[in-house]
Write a protein of this length. Structure first.
Length: 326
């Protein structure tokens, strides 16, 4: 709870500072406009899903560096199925998500079955899936045109609240995912076993926990949610190019999860904290664009957040070790 309150307090301070610095001489505020807040909520919906995806594997003590490339797979395959093959949207969507879930299953099998390190498996996946998509699309832009019109409301739709503001549907999708993830992690035996696995895999195994199956499941869920976010991203912009679609999105996902209190050593974290962490990342990115009129510092901020999270995680680990030994 202390971590969540700390993250919420930091988010409030960043929002307050951004509001003050975005105040214009004519009395208007570029941060608090309805249009800007809608865009912020929409981006939070998409990147929040990615951070929840990353949290599932980080909680087990693993990592997934292929999230951005899985986003690319979803973003390229969905237009191909809809426009090039003429599939029904309600057939193309589950097939696309099924493909991304299969990628997660492949990761889990390599990690559990062959004993490979998650870092190696997902780093290779990062390169493999993007290269596969570039070959598959011949580096051509995959456009949806009007074929995805019936699905675009998932990414671009708004639930009107008053005359000037509407809650983005993508944000509501993220809220639904967060609620399901929170219930799963906190109210089911599998969720408690995931945390036990992250804290001490050997002890969990000796306690009768099916650690291998849980690891596989966490990577399946991660890739499935990354695929869902990829679908939302491509429906939002209506096209995707394999060379850059989803580039570095794994960094935003990991940074949001780590900033939200998910320990890189595993076994600790909350979905609410992850959502707050992802919110903070998006507010920081928007503040850089609004105040600095440039996004050149954005990657530097992401890198600093991951580094600070890793340093804090190591500090907590050493402190706990000293308390146990004393």
């Amino acid at each position: 709870m202390k971590k969540i309150l700390g993250i919420a307090g930091l988010l409030f301070v960043v929002c307050l500072v951004t509001t003050v610095l975005a105040q214009q001489p004519d009395g208007s505020n570029t941060f608090l406009t309805a249009y800007n807040l809608e865009n912020l909520a929409q981006r939070l919906g998409m990147f929040g899903i990615l951070s929840i995806a990353a949290a599932f594997v980080i909680v087990t003590g693993g990592i997934d560096l292929s999230i951005g490339s899985v986003v690319c797979v979803a973003g390229c395959v969905l237009p191909h199925l809809l426009k090039d093959l003429g599939w029904s949207p309600w057939l193309a969507l589950p097939c696309t998500l099924g493909l991304t879930a299969a990628i997660g299953l492949w990761h889990g099998v390599l990690i559990v079955g062959l004993g490979l390190q998650p870092f190696v498996v997902t780093l290779c996946g990062l390169l493999l899936y993007r290269g596969w998509m570039r070959w598959f699309t011949q580096d051509q832009t995959q456009g949806l045109g009007s074929s995805g019109a019936s699905l675009r409301w998932l990414a671009t739709g708004r639930l009107p609240i008053g005359d000037a503001f509407g809650i983005p549907v993508a944000f509501l999708v993220m809220v639904a995912v967060a609620v399901v993830a929170a219930v799963f992690l906190n109210r089911t035996v599998w969720g408690r076993h995931l945390f036990a696995l992250g804290r001490n895999e050997e002890a969990a195994r000796f306690s009768g926990v099916a650690t291998g199956r849980l690891v596989v499941m966490s990577y399946v869920v991660c890739s499935l949610l990354a695929g869902l976010a990829g679908v939302l991203f491509v429906l939002d912009v209506n096209s995707a190019q394999a060379s850059n679609f989803g580039n570095f999105y794994e960094l935003y996902a990991i940074a949001g999860a780590v900033l939200g209190g998910v320990a890189l050593r595993g076994g600790e974290g909350t979905v609410l904290g992850v959502v707050l962490g992802a919110s903070l990342m998006q507010v920081l990115a928007m503040a850089i664009n609004l105040i600095g009129s440039s996004n050149r510092l954005e990657f530097a901020i992401v890198g600093a957040v991951i580094l600070a999270g890793a340093a804090a995680d190591e500090g907590v680990r050493r402190l706990l070790r000293r308390r146990r030994s004393s």
